[in-house]
Every structure is written in C-alpha cells, then in structure tokens.
Design a protein around this ligand. Sequence first.
Ligand SMILES: [Zn+2]
Length: 374
Amino acid sequence: MAISNMQAIKQSNYSAIYKLLYTNDKLSKQLIAEQLQLSLPTVSTNLQDLLQYGLIKKNGKFESQMGRRATAYSINPTAIVSLGVEIFFDHATIVLINTHGNLIDTSRLSLMFNRQESYFKQFGEWINKFIKEQKLSREQIAGIGIGIQGLVSNDGQTILYGKILNCTGLSVEDFKAYLDYDITFYHDADCVAVAEQNQEQSNQDAIYLSIGEHLGTSIMVAGQIYSGQNGRSGTMEHVTLDSHRGRPCYCGKKGCIETYCSLSSLLVDNESATAFFNRLSQNDADTMARWQTYLDYLADAINNLHMFVDNPIVIAGEIVRYIDQSTINDLAERTRKITAFPDDHNYLVLGKVTDYAVAIGAGLPKIEEAIDNI
Ligand SMILES: [Zn+2]
C-alpha cells in the first residue's frame, strides 16, 4: 500500500475517534473499537496521540461488575474555542464559546459603529485584551465570527447590503488590520438560527423568525442555512403588503413586515422592551391594546411564512426573553383563524436562546470547521 494511503487511513482513524467522542459524553477504548470496528491497538495509538495534542482527556473510570474498570475518554472542551461577536450601532458584544458551543464568558464594548480606522483599532484592541484575559493561546482559537445586521457575501468576507449600520461594502480586511485571526461575517438572523439548532441539538428543517429591535428570518434546510443565489433568501422582513401607502421602512420602501412585526415597530420612542413587557404584565390597558394589534400583525406574518414553507416556524431572538408558551399558543390560535387551509397541526415553536443568540451563532461555525479539519 502506498505510504500516502497509509497516512490517509491513519488520519481518518484519528479523526473518526475524535468525532465519535465529540458526539458522546464519554467512551471506553473497548466501546470506541466496537463502534468504529477498529482494533484495540489502533484505538490505543490514536487515543495517545489525541491525548498528547490535548484534544481529549481521561475522564474517570466506568463502573464494572468484574475485572478492571475501563478508563473513560472525553473530548477536552476547551482545546478548541471560538469567539462570536455581535455589532450594534452603539456597542458590540463578544462571547467565548467552547467546543460544545457552550458559553464561557462575555464582554461588552461601548463604541459607536463607524468605518473610521479608529473604530477598527479600538475594536481590535478590545478583542485582543479579552483573549489575553481569558489566557487563550492562538492554537486554541478556531476563529472569530462576526454577526451583523446585513446581507453577507457567500464567502463571509464582505457585507453586500447593510442599511441599518450603513455598512454596505464593509470587508473583514478592515478588522484584520488590528485582529490577526480568521474572521468571517454572518447575517445576524442566520446566527440566531444556528444558535437555536445547537441548543436543540437538532437539524430539522425550519424557519427561524428572529424578533429583536429589527426583524430577521432564516431558512434552515438539512442543517444548513438556505441563503440562495445572492444571499437574500428568507429576508421576510422586507416582504411588503402595501408598498405604496404602508409604513416607511429603514430600507427606503414602504409597508415592509419589518415595520409591523419588529420590536421597534411595537415600541414608541425611547421605550425599552423591558419597560413595555413590565407594563404588559401589570395589565396596563394601552399596552395591552398595542400588544393585541402587534400579535395580529405577527400572526399575519407567520401565516404568510407558513404558506411558503410548510415546516416548523421557530420564534427566536430577543423576544424570547419576554414571552412564553402561552404567547405561542395565542399566536397559533390567531393563525388558525386566518389561514386559507384547515391547519390542524401545530407548527409554531418557542426558541430557547434568550441571550447572546447572534454572537453564539456567529462563533459556532468556526468550531464546526475546526472539528471537520481534525
Ligand atoms: Zn424594508
């Protein structure tokens, strides 16, 4: 057998053992050999190599009725970490996540977004400081994902359309001047979908309706974001109902669903979502009336989405902090009343990620890439 073939097999065993451990809490050498149909010496050699590189660790012993208790092996969840960032117009947040996508720590930077050199410098200094404080080595960091309110090129290197932050044309190179890491942009609504799927540990086909200050939508098919030819699929927020007389949208058009279903459409000037939902919980009459109108609009949007794609619709994003299953049931009831088809099944789901969904979802693909490359 050619040497290159031998090396390829060795590499694939090494990789298969790591990936098997990644999807299991812990396993013994025997169980790994059985599941991958490898010999015990082959498994032993690879486990030694994985231990030496710090990718896995010994994790106690398994219970045994007789004989020696077998050593348990698990992945080392901090061997590969990534950083996820969300950029807002007046601040940015960063999360550090481990190999399982679990949150380790966060930081916040108050800084108005702009495209001056000084912004990228301060942004870079903030992240480099965070990396230092977390005592992370360069080898540990799989990369930095930046979740941003805008449409992103398929290679994640350029913002194709960024009206909210006025960042059309923004490039990862602008950040790399002060941040020497692998950096990729992701559409914020897609990040929310990725974070939700990671939390659910599922990759069911679904639409993620992300409701925060602004609205975003993402379509997940076979565990992948369906972004379409130009990265515009699923931008439900700019579907219009009355483009001549409707409410003005930040995109420059009128009547976009964004102007009826985002949190900024629900709130009045200087009103925070927390203040609104506090008043709602106190049964304030005016607040309750606004909420009822909002839910009617939202039910319309959900029903329209479901007409296009017959899959679960997950209500995700910032709104998840403020609502519970009773709101989902209420919305389901409203959609049943307006749908054209007799819809007896329940397709509406409440998301689970209440905090840092965009930043977590921006960090996760880097981890996935690093695991794929083992
Ligand atoms: Zn619009």
